[in-house]
Design a protein around this ligand. Structure first.
Ligand SMILES: Nc1ncnc2c1ncn2[C@@H]1O[C@H](COP(=O)(O)OP(=O)(O)OP(=O)(O)O)[C@@H](O)[C@H]1O
Ligand SMILES: [Mg+2]
Length: 329
């Protein structure tokens, strides 16, 4: 049975320029002990879902249950089951890492001794030992993220919500954070995380819901989503833009569907089934036609590709789409 369940969630915010339809009938179901990723671009409604499920705001319509508890009727009981790490680290800048965690323990009535013990345990687990006694205001972005996540774990929640846990982190800190999250999940915590990165959803989650404009537009495992939009992409960058038409014809021969030409007029790209093989044929045909290349290679589908295929627009267009909806409302 699902431990997180939401049906028909709607959220309309009022703003100066009129109502904003942030959620437009969203359904969500997360089985116990699994990881669900909400994958979507800026403004898709990710934070709004997390805020509703964690009782921080109320939906305009719809229902949500956590471990059978109605979060709207009984927010206090729901709060006892969950830990939240928000999109913007919620730490007290003036306090040390250790003091921040200790304070969370006290807020949850753990008692002074247990609060200290748990704070130290988390400081060690998150490898913040040497930083633990420094004020948070001197922490790097990655350290802030870790102390914030540690704060969400003080009471060992059954269900954890992480809103964009690695946005803004450098690749090394992102990998470290992934390791921490994977350990938590191995311990049986149910996790709902939001992200803008397909790779992150792929690494961490059992199941992905792609959201756009406040509704779920696709669901499945990372592999299922990627196979919906084809395997690899072959991308070539031409020395001379005048060859774009000829290159397009060659890529079309070995790819699935119509090749696209990038905004620079010199990058040509196509989805392919067997990446390495298609790349070989394409390079050979381009060479025979005397078309010189700056660069050539394969890449995996990105969030942009998923979006383009599912919605017909790129992720950058989403803000515009939302604005149009706002004006229409
Ligand atoms: N308090 C608010 N008042 C008015 N509009 C809001 C408010 N909070 C969010 N919105 C709007 O609701 C929509 C969804 O916002 P939300 O923060 O849930 O998106 P998100 O997917 O978390 O985006 P991001 O990736 O940028 O964090 C956006 O159009 C946003 O501008
Ligand atoms: Mg957000």
């Amino acid at each position: 049975m699902a431990i997180i369940e939401a049906e028909g969630l709607k959220k309309i915010y009022s703003s100066k320029s009129g109502p904003v339809h942030a959620l437009d009938g969203m359904n969500l179901s997360v089985p116990r002990g699994t990881v669900k990723a909400l994958l979507g671009p800026n403004g898709a409604g990710k934070t709004t879902v997390v805020k509703i499920l964690t009782t921080l705001i109320q939906p305009t319509a719809g229902t949500a249950r956590i471990d059978g508890i109605d979060v709207l009727r009984d927010p206090k009981a729901a709060r006892r089951l969950i830990g939240v790490s928000g999109q913007y680290a919620a730490v007290d800048e003036g306090l040390t890492g250790f003091e921040n965690l200790e304070m969370v323990g006290r807020l949850y009535h753990l008692g002074p001794r247990e609060s200290k013990r748990r704070a130290q345990e988390l400081i060690d687990q998150f490898e913040l030992t040497e930083a633990g006694n420094r004020p948070v205001k001197g922490f790097s972005g990655g350290m802030r993220r870790r102390i914030d996540l540690a704060g969400a774990l003080v009471i060992k929640p059954k269900i954890l919500f992480l809103d964009e846990p690695t946005t803004g982190l450098d690749p090394r800190s992102r990998l470290a954070m992934w390791g921490i999250i994977k350990d938590l999940v191995n311990d049986g915590t149910t996790l709902l995380l939001t992200t803008q990165y397909l790779e992150e959803a792929d690494q961490l989650s059992d199941d992905i819901a792609v959201i756009d404009g406040g509704r779920t537009i696709a669901e499945g495992t990372a592999d299922e989503l990627k196979s919906q939009i084809g395997g690899h992409r072959v991308v070539v960058s031409l020395v001379d833009a005048a060859h774009a038409g000829a290159a397009r014809e060659i890529l079309g021969r070995h790819g699935d569907g119509e090749p696209g030409i990038g905004g620079d007029g010199r990058t040509v790209e196509v989805a392919v089934t067997d990446g390495p093989r298609a790349l070989q044929y394409i390079l050979s045909d381009l060479g025979e036609s005397g078309i010189d290349l700056h660069d050539a290679g394969m890449r995996r589908p990105s969030l942009d590709d998923v979006f383009l295929t599912l919605t017909g627009h790129r992720t950058e267009d989403v803000d515009e789409a939302t604005t149009q909806k706002e004006t229409a409302a």
